[in-house]
Design a binder for this molecule. Structure first.
Ligand code: UD1
Length: 341
């Protein structure tokens, strides 16, 4: 069985990807510092797959700890690197923490990949690298725009670090996955998003409002150049997104590409406004979401959605799940969490 290290594997996208890796026959080792997740996620993964992944509580800033892990578990052939800080607003307040957590950790992993002969890395990037694209839907060759936050900058710098390492001929391969807006939960409701405190992202805020935990949802902006004035995003089901990681890892380990580094957009190709998403939630769950339209949120992009054709053709991957089913999965997960938040 091929061994894969998943950093941030108890996090939102990481945990769903572990399940898909296990289903594809990989032996998974999770490392996570639990700064924004919980060890009980490992139980949820086991309940879905019937296999308990090895979990080691470890921070990717801890080089000695990482080296001990690679020594204790020889033969790790691939890494999927999710571990990172991801709150845009927080990154503006705590830039150094973001550069340490998102950049230093990547450097540590790349150095250890060389040392231990790891064949490839799949890196979690974001559509944030495009800023407001000039052309929509956005393709992978669209220009990278100046970052609007330290968080966004860490994704751009990380991509550059990996590109430079590959160009220098370092002996590994890389796949950069640029996520659009991942939403939803595993249909079993065994794993899902666990936002820390007040959610910053739209769907956890919708589900918490629908559950009565928050009195109302604020819709940021009504004067954008969109059909109803609210922003447009490409909301992608988290399980669909996770499957793309497995396909990317298979392709890399089977040496199917003649390029040592490839970049893919992971989205549905369809943009929805905030109001359309709220409406889809209400229609598919039958639950009302009290909301109020307020002013724009600083730093928000007006509209962005993916052209996912490159991933469709090269990875043979397509987003499959409807937004309605995805929102139902998010609601099911929220109901399971109850009023804990
Ligand atoms: C942004 C980044 C994404 C990054 C993520 C990290 C872009 C295009 N996307 O996602 O790459 O990974 O931050 O958190 O830069 N909204 C409301 N009310 C709310 C919350 C959100 O109206 O309470 C609206 C926002 O204005 C936005 C949409 O919902 O239009 C989605 O917001 P959110 O879920 O926070 O994700 P992004 O900001 O798109």
């Amino acid at each position: 069985m091929k061994k894969i290290l998943v950093t941030g594997g108890t996090g939102y996208i990481g945990s769903h990807t572990v399940v898909e890796l296990q289903a594809a026959g990989y032996d998974v080792i999770i490392i996570d510092n639990l700064s924004n997740s919980n060890e009980s996620v490992v139980d949820g993964i086991e309940r879905i797959s019937g296999i308990r992944p090895l979990f080691v509580r470890l921070d990717c800033n801890d080089t000695d700890g990482l080296r001990s892990l690679f020594t204790a578990h020889p033969g790790i052939c691939g890494i999927i690197h999710f571990a990172a800080s991801k709150a845009v607003g927080e990154s503006v307040r705590l830039p150094l923490m973001y550069y340490r957590n998102n950049i230093v950790t990547l450097l540590n992993l790349l150095e250890l990949m060389q040392e231990f002969g790891v064949e490839g890395i799949v890196f979690s990037s974001s559509c944030t690298v495009y800023g407001q694209p000039d052309l929509l839907p956005v393709t992978e060759d669209a220009p990278v725009k100046p970052a609007m936050s330290p968080y966004g900058n860490t994704k751009q710098i990380s991509e550059e670090i990996i590109r430079d390492a590959i160009h220098a001929g370092l002996p590994f391969r890389a796949v950069i996955l640029r996520y659009f807006n991942p939403i939803g939960a595993h249909p079993s409701a065994e794993i899902g998003e666990l936002p820390n405190g007040v959610p910053q992202n739209l769907v956890p805020f919708i589900t918490q409002t629908a559950a009565g935990i928050r009195p109302e949802l604020q819709v940021f902006g009504s004067d954008y150049d969109t059909p109803d004035g609210s922003c447009i995003r490409d909301y992608i089901n988290v399980v669909d997104l996770s499957k793309a990681h497995v396909t990317a890892m298979n392709r890399m380990l089977e040496n199917k590409s003649d390029q040592p580094m490839e970049t893919f957009n992971l989205g549905t190709g369809r943009g929805l406004t905030v109001l359309e998403l709220i409406n889809a939630f209400e229609q598919s769950t039958g639950v009302k979401v009290p909301y109020r339209i307020v002013g724009r949120r600083e730093g928000d992009i007006e509209k962005v959605w993916a052209n996912p054709e490159h991933a469709n053709k090269v990875l043979g991957w397509t987003a499959q799940t409807s937004v309605e089913d995805t929102l139902i999965s998010a609601w099911k997960w929220q109901q399971k969490l109850g009023r804990q938040q």
